[in-house]
Design a protein around this ligand. Sequence first.
Ligand SMILES: [Zn+2]
Length: 84
Amino acid sequence: MDKLTSLKVSAAKSAILDREHILGDWKDSVDGTASTCKCACGVWVTVNTKPLPNDIEIGGSALAINCTIGDKDAAWAAAYEETI
Ligand SMILES: [Zn+2]
């Protein structure tokens, strides 16, 4: 698993297991170093394999705010991880 995929899996687990979000498809940056994913409730999560010194590898509102429409669990997280 490459670093970008590894970061996506870590970010998705946090967003789903901690915040119960229903994540959609990841949208990779043109250069392939970063990616963003949104939940239908409007929040997002982003990963960056080459963050600036003042930036972070995993961030986004989906990691800080509980989902207002989802109730996803460990089984859904495992199934979703297969699609990343
Ligand atoms: Zn959500």
